[in-house]
Design a protein around this ligand. Sequence first.
Ligand SMILES: Cc1cc2nc3c(=O)[nH]c(=O)nc-3n(C[C@H](O)[C@H](O)[C@H](O)COP(=O)(O)OP(=O)(O)OC[C@H]3O[C@@H](n4cnc5c(N)ncnc54)[C@H](O)[C@@H]3O)c2cc1C
Length: 503
Amino acid sequence: MNIKGRRKTAIVIGAGFSGITAAAALAAQGWEVQVLEKNSTPGGRARVLKKDGFTFDMGPSWYWMPEVIGSYFQRLGTSVEDHLDLKRLDPSYQVIFSRHNTLEVPADMSALRERFESLEPGAGRKLDRFLREARLKYEKGMGEFAAKPSLSIREFARWNLIRAAVRLDLFRSFSAHVRSYFRHPELLQLLEFPVLFLGAMPKHIPALYSMMNYADLSLGTWYPMGGFGKLVEAMVTVAESKGVKFMYDVDVRELTPGDGSVERVLTGKGVFTADVIISSADYHFTEQVLLPPAYRNYSASYWEKRVMAPSCLLYYIGVSKKIGRLRHHNLFFENSFDAHAASIYERPAYPRNPLYYVCCPSKTDDSVAPEGMENLFLLIPVAPGLEDTPAVRSSYFEHIMARLEAYCGEPIKEHIISYTDYAGEDFIRDYNAYKGNAYGLANTLRQTALLKPVIKNRKLDNLYYTGQLTVPGPGVPPAILSGQLVADYIIAYTKRSHYETSL
Ligand SMILES: Cc1cc2nc3c(=O)[nH]c(=O)nc-3n(C[C@H](O)[C@H](O)[C@H](O)COP(=O)(O)OP(=O)(O)OC[C@H]3O[C@@H](n4cnc5c(N)ncnc54)[C@H](O)[C@@H]3O)c2cc1C
């Protein structure tokens, strides 16, 4: 724990899931840790907007892989149940194919099997096989691959890992994999939806990611009562109990190198120093803006060639009445999935007939809306880097409101008492997000594990990166894993005598 008789110190830039996790993991090992966050509240992309009596989660709403999220608490000597009231949703969600054709996805496996069978004879049995395989991928993928710092090919060189990579279907497309089991278009859409957010067409995503179907259909969709903001609050509380100091409204503006390491962290509120710096701000921003060119791992053209996961158009809406036909999670898939995905990944442009998603947490949780009202979060995934204008925001809002009213069969717009839109320019302003990305770097085969931006700066011995632009990838559980793995790596690395003497 000591460097020449004193505690080791770390600065973590950013209080999103990855930053909080890295900070808490180091503090639990006796490090003195400060988190510098540019915004006035923690959570990063999972911040909370409180407005007009409503509590809106600004980012994540799907609480998947509960044991990965729970591992944050477990490793720090507590449990998620001590801090959160978690509910498993049933139905997990509904998919709307048309005004009269809705597929509810039940939490219960035998009911789900029947639902599959009713759409495609034999699909119930196939679902069992599909999920058995997906489970294997999940266990291997989350166990052996996701926890690797991915700094060297040697980490993957063990024979059983190479064999596992083949068995994990790293080299086959997700789309081909799903089609080798099922044919019904609605089942295909249901199974392909989780990868829409991984950042590529299902035909370009490795079949490994059918593990997301296991997370979805077998492990279930959960909800922390009070909203995702409660998860952030709980994580911060536990981190603080380990001694982490959070400082808000502190904008990091420069990392000044000197003698092979970052010497000073320049912020709008003064200069900070520490033995180790971990940036959980978007990797691109940390490198291209905070560091002088000679100290960057990657060039501007490297970033230009990266495939970013989508950005999105978001609307946080308060409605002064209850809405009958909505469930907690509602996927509006009335239009072509492929055409929308192509507008994100192949020919970046605003989609003509978008798919969209409506989260209505007030169906489960009275605390997020005034009595008798609904809290709506509307999301349209769009390509990153598109021009974001007030006209675009309002025209898509009108478009999906009309469709939502048609589906629900009742007026909604005239009952709106709270409206906030949020899109690409806001992601850039609030999070320094490259091209206004919402979900970081896409999980394509060419951007998996070793092929992602690495967690360690190659020229500055004490600078590390974490978060959704590095390993293992985007999403709340991966961001938590990312913070944990960078902290584990730093702890192991700083134990080596070379590092002790170089400080
Ligand atoms: C709309 C939306 C919906 C999503 N839905 C889901 C979902 O349902 N389920 C799921 O699992 N995942 C979801 N995700 C993805 C998930 O939210 C992210 O992958 C995860 O929160 C990323 O965490 P992070 O720590 O990597 O980054 P961030 O949350 O972006 O944290 C980085 C932090 O660094 C701070 N920072 C940046 N620059 C500086 C600076 N110069 N100085 C100081 N601080 C700085 C930022 O303010 C931010 O707080 C969603 C994301 C979005 C945007």
